[in-house]
Ligand binder design. Structure first.
Ligand code: HDD
Length: 726
C-alpha cells in the first residue's frame, strides 16, 4: 500500500502529544534512588558552589555511579553472544510408553519455554554471521521442575571426552598473545588442535558446511547431541536423541555474503529473530525423538555414547512428538538473555543421562560457570531461572538471597517443622536415577568403540549436494589458507584424505601441498602417556548408511516465503501498479518488502502516489535481503540503470544466488549488470525459473513465479558456472 507522507507525519506528532502528559503526572514515574527516595535534580551533582568541586556527601551521585561501575558481569566463557525468546511447547503425540515425564505425556498442557541461541567462540559484541556452531538451549518450565535441553544446531561435537573441552576452547578462541582473531576459527591454534584430534573430523564437516552460517536462527535445526535416556513408569529405559526441526526449513547464506553481513549488520540474526516475533511471524520447531530400546545398545557400527556420532535417520527414524513456538521477545536483555542459566543436569523425572563422557563432564561445568558468572548459588532465584514448580528445601542464605525462608527449621529429618519438606516417592513425582548396572574398574581410557573417526565424516560429505560439497571445500580452503604454519596445513590435508579423497584433493591443490601418508602413531593423540598408541589408532569403519538425505540442506522444506525479505529497488517515476500488485502478492504470503531508493526522500510514482523508502543504497545492502525486484516505470528504470549502487546491489544478489525479478519494462536495469548475458530471452519460462531470474509483463504471473523462486531459497547451481564479480 502506498503511504502518504503527510499521514505519516501526523501520526508521529500525535504519538508524542499522547504519551507526554501521562508520563509527567503518573505518580509511579518519579525518578528515585534505589532506596526509593524521589530525586529532584538528575542534571547536577552536589558542589561547593556553581564552579566548585563535587562533594563526597552526594549520595545520589555516588549511588548512580557505583551502580553503573558494576553493570557488567563476566560474559559466558563460550556462547557469550546470544539472542533469546519466550514461547511454549505443545505435545502432539504422548510417549508414555517411553517416559513418565509429564512434559511428554500431557497433550493439554502448554509448557512455557525460554530459548537462547548463541554463537560459541565470539565475545558478546561479536558478529552474528561468524562461521561457528550455534547454541540452541531450551529451558522448559515444567510442572515437575525446569528441564534444560542444552543443544546445538549441529548434532555432533568436536571431542569425545569433556576433559578436552578447555583445550578445544582455548584453541578456537582468539589467540592469547594478541586476542586475534575475534569470532573466527580460521587461525593456527584452532587448526593445530584439530589436526591433532582426528575425532573432531565429523564435526569439522558440519562446521565447514553452510550449517555454520545460517540464514536465520529461525531456519536452523537443533539437536540434543548426546544420547539421553527416557524412563517410563515401569522404570524401563530407552535411549533417545532429540531433534528440533524448523517449520521454515533449514537455510543458509553464502560465505562471501556472511562476511559482508558481518560488516553491514552484525546483529543480523538477533534483529531477524526480534522482528519476526514482533511482527507475529512466530518461529516454530517440531520436536522429534529417535528412540533406541535398551536391548539395541550395541546394535550399531558406532557407540551411542560417542558424541561425535549421529544415529542416521535411515536406521532410526525421527518421530515428531510436539512443537515449540516462540511468541514473545524478552523485556530486558540483561535480566533474561544474559542471566538465564542453563544446565544439562536440570532434569525431570522420566529423562536421565547416559555415560557419554562428554555429557558427564558438562554436568559439572554448567553450575560451576553460573557461579562465577552470576556471582552466587542463588542464581536459581533470578526471575528467568525460577521454576514454575514450587521450590522447598533446606538450602539457605548466600549472596543475594531473595527468598525469605520462615520458621526455625532448615534441616531434614526434623520434627519441629512437621517433617517438611518431605522426600517424594517415585510415584509422587520424585526423581530416581536409572539404576544402571555398573561392573568395571576405575580407569582413564577410552572404549575401542569410540575409535572410528572418519566413517560418519564421510557419510556427511557424501550426503551433500554438489553445491554443498563445493562450499565445504571452499570453506576448508579459506580456513586452512589463513593458517600460517605449513605443518598444520599438511596434517589437516592428511586427515581430510581419510575422510574422502575428493574432499582432500582440491584443498591440497589449493594449498599447493601433496597428500602424504600419515606418519605412524600420529592418527590419534587420544591416549595417555603410559598407554600404547597402537591401541588408539582409528578403526577403519565403513558406515552402514552411505548417503543420508536428512544431512543435506538441499532436501529441506522449500514451500514458504514467510518472513523472507525482498528489496524493491526504485526511483521517481516508478510504475505504481508494478509496485503494488507484486508487493501485495508477496506480503499476502508473509514476505517482508523494503522499498530501497537512491535517497530516503519520498519517491513519486507515475500516478502521483508517493512512496516513503524504508532504506537507501547507503543505509542497506543486497546481502541483507533474500530477493530483489525491479518494478517498471520509465524514469525509475533510467535512474537505476545509471546508478552504480543499484547495479552493484543486483550483481551481489546474483552472485549470492538469490531470486531476482524485474518488470518487463525494467530489463534496461538488468542489462547494466555483469550477469546480463545470462538473462533468459523469454519471460516466465521454465528456463528463467531454473536460474531464479524472473522477467514478466504481467505483475500477477510474475509475482507467482517470483514467490516460487524465493521459496527455493537459493539457486546454488548457477554459483560456479556463472560467477560474477561483486
Ligand atoms: Fe556447553 C554453554 C551447548 C559441551 C561447558 N553449552 C553452552 C551453551 C550451549 C552449550 C547451547 C549456551 C547456553 C546459554 O545459552 O546460556 N555444550 C553444548 C553442547 C555441548 C557442550 C551441545 C556438547 C554436546 N559445554 C560442553 C562441554 C563443557 C561445556 C564438554 C565443559 C566440560 N557450556 C559450557 C559452559 C557454558 C556452556 C562453560 C558457558 C556458559 C554456560 O555454560 O552457562 O559451562
Amino acid at each position: 500500500m502506498p503511504t502518504k507522507k503527510s499521514g505519516n507525519e501526523e501520526s508521529e506528532s500525535k504519538k508524542i502529544i499522547d504519551i507526554e502528559p501521562q508520563k509527567k503526572y503518573d505518580e509511579d514515574q518519579f525518578l528515585t534512588t534505589n532506596h526509593g527516595l524521589r530525586i529532584n535534580d538528575n542534571q547536577h551533582s552536589l558542589k561547593t558552589g556553581e564552579r566548585g568541586g563535587t562533594l563526597i556527601e552526594d549520595f545520589i551521585l555516588r549511588e548512580k555511579i557505583h551502580h553503573f561501575d558494576h553493570e557488567r558481569i563476566p560474559e559466558r566463557i563460550v556462547h557469550a553472544r546470544g539472542s533469546a525468546a519466550h514461547g511454549y511447547f505443545e505435545l502432539f503425540k504422548p510417549i508414555g510408553q517411553y517416559t513418565k515425564a509429564r512434559l511428554f505425556n500431557e497433550k493439554a498442557v502448554r509448557t512455557p519455554v525460554f530459548v537462547r541461541f548463541s554463537t560459541v567462540a565470539g565475545s558478546r559484541g561479536s558478529t552474528d554471521l561468524a562461521r561457528d556452531v550455534r547454541g540452541f538451549a531450551v529451558k522448559f518450565y515444567t510442572s515437575e521442575g525446569n528441564y534444560d535441553l542444552v543443544g546445538n544446531n549441529i548434532p555432533v561435537f568436536f571431542i569425545q571426552d569433556a576433559i578436552k573441552f578447555p583445550d578445544l576452547i582455548h584453541a578456537v578462541k582468539p589467540e592469547p598473545h594478541n586476542e586475534i582473531p575475534q569470532a573466527a576459527s580460521a587461525h593456527d591454534t584452532f587448526w593445530d588442535f584439530i589436526s591433532l584430534m582426528p575425532e573432531s573430523m565429523h564435526m569439522i564437516m558440519w562446521v565447514m558446511s553452510d550449517r555454520a552460517i545460517p540464514r536465520s536462527l529461525r531456519m536452523m535445526e537443533g539437536f540434543g547431541v548426546h544420547t539421553f535416556r527416557l524412563i517410563n513408569d515401569a522404570g524401563e529405559s530407552h535411549f533417545v536423541k532429540f531433534h528440533w526441526k524448523p517449520v521454515l526449513g533449514v537455510h543458509s547464506v553464502a560465505w562471501d555474503e556472511a562476511q559482508k553481513i558481518s560488516g553491514k549488520n552484525s546483529d543480523f540474526h538477533r534483529q531477524d529473530l526480534w522482528e519476526a516475533i514482533e511482527s507475529g511471524a512466530f518461529p516454530e520447531w517440531e520436536l522429534g525423538v529417535q528412540i533406541v530400546p535398551e536391548a539395541d545398545e550395541h546394535k550399531f557400527d558406532f557407540d551411542l555414547l560417542d558424541a561425535t556420532k549421529i544415529i542416521p535417520e535411515e536406521l532410526v527414524p525421527v518421530q515428531i512428538i510436539g512443537k515449540m513456538t516462540l511468541n514473545k521477545n524478552p523485556d530486558n536483555f540483561f535480566a533474561e538473555t544474559e542471566q538465564v542459566a542453563f544446565n544439562p543436569g536440570h532434569l525431570i523425572p522420566g529423562i536421565d543421562i547416559t555415560n557419554d563422557p562428554l555429557l558427564q563432564g558438562r554436568l559439572f561445568s554448567y553450575s560451576d560457570t553460573q557461579l562465577s558468572r552470576l556471582g552466587s548459588h542463588n542464581f536459581q532465584e533470578l526471575p528467568i531461572n525460577r521454576p514454575v514448580a514450587p521450590v522447598h528445601n533446606n538450602q539457605r542464605d548466600g549472596h543475594m538471597r531473595h527468598t525469605i525462608n520462615t520458621g526455625r527449621v532448615s534441616y531434614e529429618p526434623n520434627s519441629l517443622g512437621g517433617g517438611c519438606p518431605f522426600q517424594a516417592k517415585a510415584k509422587e513425582g520424585g526423581f530416581t536415577s536409572f539404576p544402571e548396572l555398573i561392573e568395571s574398574n576405575k580407569i582413564r581410557s577410552r572404549s575401542k568403540s569410540f575409535l572410528d573417526h572418519f566413517s560418519q565424516a564421510r557419510l556427511f560429505f557424501n550426503s551433500q549436494s554438489d553445491a554443498e560439497k563445493n562450499h565445504l571445500i571452499d570453506a576448508l580452503c579459506f580456513e586452512l589458507g589463513k593458517v600460517e604454519t605449513p605443518a598444520i596445513r599438511k596434517r589437516m590435508v592428511h586427515l581430510l584424505s581419510y575422510v574422502e579423497m575428493s574432499l582432500a584433493a582440491p584443498v591440497a591443490v589449493y594449498l599447493g601441498i601433496d597428500i602424504l601418508p600419515v606418519p605412524e602413531g600420529y592418527l590419534n593423540r587420544s591416549f595417555g602417556a603410559d598407554a600404547n598408541p597402537e591401541d588408539f589408532q582409528p578403526l577403519p569403519v565403513k558406515s552402514s548408511v552411505e548417503i543420508s538425505d536428512a544431512l543435506s540442506m538441499a532436501n529441506t522444506i522449500k514451500n514458504s516465503i514467510l518472513t523472507r525479505r525482498i528489496a524493491f529497488l526504485f526511483a521517481d517515476g516508478v510504475d505504481q501498479n508494478s509496485v503494488d500488485s507484486v508487493k501485495s502478492i508477496l506480503e499476502a504470503q508473509g514476505a517482508v518488502v523494503d522499498f530501497v531508493a537512491p535517497r530516503l526522500s519520498p519517491v513519486s510514482s507515475d500516478s502521483g502516489v508517493e512512496y516513503i523508502p524504508n532504506k537507501s543504497f547507503l543505509t542497506t545492502a543486497s546481502v541483507l535481503y533474500d530477493a530483489v525486484y525491479i518494478p517498471g516505470g520509465l524514469n525509475s528504470v533510467a535512474t537505476l540503470a545509471a546508478e552504480p549502487d543499484a547495479i552493484h546491489f543486483l550483481n551481489e544478489a546474483f552472485k549470492h544466488c538469490k531470486a531476482i525479478a524485474a518488470d518487463g519494462a525494467a530489463v534496461q536495469v538488468l542489462q547494466e549488470t555483469y550477469f546480463a548475458k545470462k538473462l533468459p530471452k523469454t519471460s516466465g519460462k521454465e528456463e528463467a525459473m531454473e536460474k531464479g531470474i524472473i522477467i514478466g509483463d504481467d505483475p500477477g504471473q510474475l509475482a507467482n513465479l517470483f514467490t516460487k523462486a524465493i521459496a527455493n531459497h537459493r539457486f546454488w547451481d548457477r554459483e560456479k558456472p556463472e560467477k560474477v564479480p561483486a
